[in-house]
Design a protein around this ligand. Structure first.
Ligand code: 3HC
Ligand code: NAI
Length: 698
């Protein structure tokens, strides 16, 4: 008998229960267990109806991703589903938690589905660079119609039980999954309902068969943001096959698409990213069993760009916030921006109409740092100067409750230094959010010298609670993300002096898959910030300085490295900038040359990877995958390239080290010399993954 799937008989009902923690994924053992139990139930003359349910926190959450890319083990999921769908006895899937991917496909092969109120049902394969590979693209459109099916399959977001009931994906909402499933099975038998096999039911496809635009419009709306990704388009094709082809042929088409994606580079990278994200939440060097502190209320200092976004992130998760400013004026401004932001999202349909009021009610705006007293976590997001930060943390010592975790959102400053201004350095750490903080998922958790393990665990778990992706990093200038970004910034600036134009550099970077190039990003952030800081430090950057001297501060002045039409964020190349660059180069006696796109890509990416190697060698990041998580969720690195360190392995470290050495010489730039760790790995023919990959990544 199976260890992970058990069969019980309650009179004439067989109850098949999957129990394979943590998420009942469809490992070979689970597939085998289901097959065996269903077959026994079919063969048992006493049994008239069958319920498939799960123990633990969730229904089957999908195929076992750790098995992907490895030799397949029997039985295949298709074989299990075929046995179930052709069962002469009705099978009811009783769902709780999350029925995702292969899990929902199992349920779709059952004749009926019931679910608890809080259940979520979805086909998120596309987020792993895949398409549903066990009939989901063929059965779901038959269950709910192609429009919603496209939304769920191409978009990848699950729906709740209420929506599932409305769409006909489930028959009933039940209290307990197993008892509800059993009661429903008895009803089916009592009412002598016919077996509902989705494969044989084309009724919901009729409209799209007659008018294919129903399908193509739904696809167009969802693939708008899928630039560079293969899976959403392949998934849409598979749903199209459900409309155009008989079931079995559609199934075949789906299988081909699934296998192609699974063996492709994009899905490998996306599966890696899935495990990298989960690995990043595991903190190295913290005693096992360390418990986080309870966080019931948060105080945020500063209601500016970051403080406001951070406050919204907590309110979105239902956690009350005290938002503290220095004066009424600043507070009013900050509260107003949040209110407007929420209203805009509600107007777009992104949150319910009553959400803005509910969420704003969780944010208590006040003036004066003495109001931090009831917070279990204080996040400082005031001006980026050490003196100001030290003053603030000194006051926190006086006003914050004992044991409160004291976090700074500083972008660059030394947290050890900040911690010294308190008598409780064990409570101090960094929580570095990314702008816009209510949208970007990354939170770099900066572990300072004296940070206590339980303070660190608190920060990581609260970050997850507010739907951020935490990555623990050490103290250094700019931490992981901004420190690597600085290397790219340095090269992008140098490239202008050699003959490249901002639009050429940005085009290479966006073609690679980044959302923005360095110059468009500079225009967005404001060029005056760097200009002022350079002036303070007595540093020159001839082209950037000349732009600022001409009043070109970026988007906010309608001109920067690009020009912007009033009210538009579209970056338009500007001949005036080209002229300004030419004049600057002429003045400095620099010769222009043709810079190839290949060189631009190498000089944008390889110096960042080199810095990543230094970061690893210094222990600022514990794992290469943590660096990848920083770039995926903080800077929009294309998920289908896995992250810079993952991507570097696919390019080959030897090649990268050689090219860096070449550019170091060619451009007379010692900072491009390959880092010792990169050189060592390259010489040994190794990869970053050989240091420490997320343990489960295929
Ligand atoms: N396979 C293998 N392991 C899985 C898994 C899966 N499908 N889903 C989750 N896990 C593991 C995680 O790696 C994690 O392991 P760890 O504790 O050792 O780090 C553990 O289960 C718990 O996962 P989370 O930390 O993510 O737990 P949450 O409670 O936050 O979330 C979840 C649960 C919503 C189920 C989330 O894990 C999830 O989204 N999982 C992936 C779901 C998915 O993509 N399913 C489709 C798979 S592809 C497929 O089914 C193909 C089919 O069409 C043939
Ligand atoms: P901001 O200038 O928009 O906001 C700072 C706010 O802090 C102002 O409203 C100011 O009135 C308030 N303030 C100053 N002293 C205060 C005090 N003692 N008590 C309470 N409030 C006080 O600045 P921004 O951009 O929000 O940055 C804040 C911090 O976040 C900085 O450390 C910055 O480096 C960091 N950061 C900024 C990012 C960005 O993209 N803007 C990204 C990540 C981090």
């Amino acid at each position: 008998m199976s260890e992970v799937v058990k069969l019980e008989r309650h009179d004439n009902i067989a109850v098949v229960t999957v129990n394979s923690p943590p998420v009942n994924a469809l490992s070979a053992a689970v597939r085998g267990g289901i097959f065996e139990c269903i077959k026994s139930a079919i063969d048992d003359a006493q049994v008239q109806g069958i319920v498939l349910t799960c123990a633990g926190r969730t229904f089957i959450a999908g195929a076992d991703i750790t098995e992907f890319g490895k030799p397949p083990k029997p039985p295949g999921l298709a074989e299990v589903l075929s046995l179930m769908e052709s069962s002469p006895k009705p099978i009811v899937a009783a769902i709780h938690g999350t029925a995702l991917g292969g899990g929902l496909e199992v349920a779709l092969a059952c004749h009926y589905r019931v679910a608890t109120k809080d259940a979520k049902l979805g086909l998120p394969e596309v987020k792993l660079g895949l398409l549903p590979g066990a009939g989901g693209t063929q059965r779901l459109p038959r269950a709910v119609g192609p429009e919603l099916a496209v939304k769920m399959i191409v978009g990848g977001d699950p729906i709740g039980a209420d929506a599932a009931l409305k769409a006909g994906l489930i028959e009933e909402i039940v209290e307990g999954p197993a008892s509800g499933g059993e009661a429903f099975a008895r009803k089916v038998l009592a009412e002598k309902r016919p077996l509902r096999k989705l494969r044989d039911d084309d009724s919901k496809l009729a409209a799209a068969k007659a008018d294919r635009s129903i399908f193509t419009n739904a696809v167009a709306a969802l693939t708008k943001k899928s630039r560079g990704l293969e899976a959403p388009f392949a998934a849409a094709d598979a749903v199209g096959a459900a409309i155009d082809l008989p079931f079995d042929e559609g199934l075949k088409k789906e299988r081909e698409g699934f296998l192609k994606l699974m063996n492709g580079d994009q899905s490998k990278a996306q599966r890696y990213a899935f495990f990298a994200e989960r690995e990043a939440a595991k903190i190295s060097g913290v005693p096992e069993g360390t418990k986080g502190r309870n966080v019931a209320r948060v105080a945020i200092l500063g209601a500016g760009t970051m403080g406001g976004g951070i406050a919204m992130s907590f309110a979105n998760a239902g956690i009350p916030v005290t938002l503290i400013e220095t004066g009424e004026e600043q507070l009013k401004r900050g509260m107003g921006i949040m209110q407007k932001n929420y209203e805009a999202t509600a107007a777009r349909g992104g949150i319910p109409a009553d959400a803005p009021a509910k969420r704003m009610a969780l944010i208590n705006g006040v003036v004066g740092i003495e109001n931090v007293g009831d917070a279990d976590l204080v996040i400082e997001a005031v001006f980026e100067t050490m003196a100001v930060k030290k003053e603030v943390f000194g006051k926190l010592d006086q006003y914050a409750k004992p044991g409160a975790v004291l976090a700074s959102n500083t972008s660059y400053l030394n947290i050890d230094e900040i911690a010294k201004s308190t008598k409780r350095p064990q409570d101090v750490l960094g929580m570095h959010f990314f702008s816009p903080a209510n949208v970007m998922k990354l939170c770099e958790i900066v572990r300072a010298d004296k940070t206590a393990p339980d303070a660190l665990v608190t920060a990581v778990s609260i970050a997850r609670k507010i739907a951020k992706v935490p990555a623990v990093v050490g103290v250094c200038d700019g931490f992981v993300g901004n420190r690597m970004l600085a290397q790219r910034g340095k090269q992008s600036e140098k490239l202008l002096f050699e003959g490249a134009l901002p639009q050429q550099v940005d085009a290479v970077v966006t073609k690679f898959g980044m959302p923005m190039g360095p110059f468009a990003m500079g225009d967005l952030a404001g060029l005056d910030i760097g200009w002022r800081s350079r002036k303070d430090r007595g540093i020159k950057s001839e082209i950037a300085d000349a732009l600022c001297e001409a009043g070109r501060f970026g988007q906010k002045t309608g001109k920067g490295y690009y020009k912007y039409e009033p009210g538009s964020r579209a970056a338009l190349p500007d001949p005036e900038v080209e002229k300004l660059i030419d004049e600057t180069l002429a003045r400095l006696g620099r010769k222009k040359r043709v810079v190839s796109d290949d060189e631009i890509l190498e000089r944008m990416m390889y110096p960042m990877i080199n810095e990543g190697a230094k970061i690893l060698a210094e222990g600022i990041a514990a794992r290469p995958s943590d660096i990848d998580v920083v770039w995926l969720y903080g800077y929009g690195w294309p998920i289908y390239r896995g992250g810079p360190m993952f991507w570097a392995d696919t390019v080959g470290l030897k090649h990268i080290a050689d090219r860096l050495a070449f550019y170091a010489k060619e451009t007379n730039d010692p900072s491009l010399e390959p880092a010792p760790l990169l050189k060592k790995l390259a010489d040994e023919g190794k990869t970053f993954a050989s240091l420490a990959a997320p343990s489960k990544a295929a």
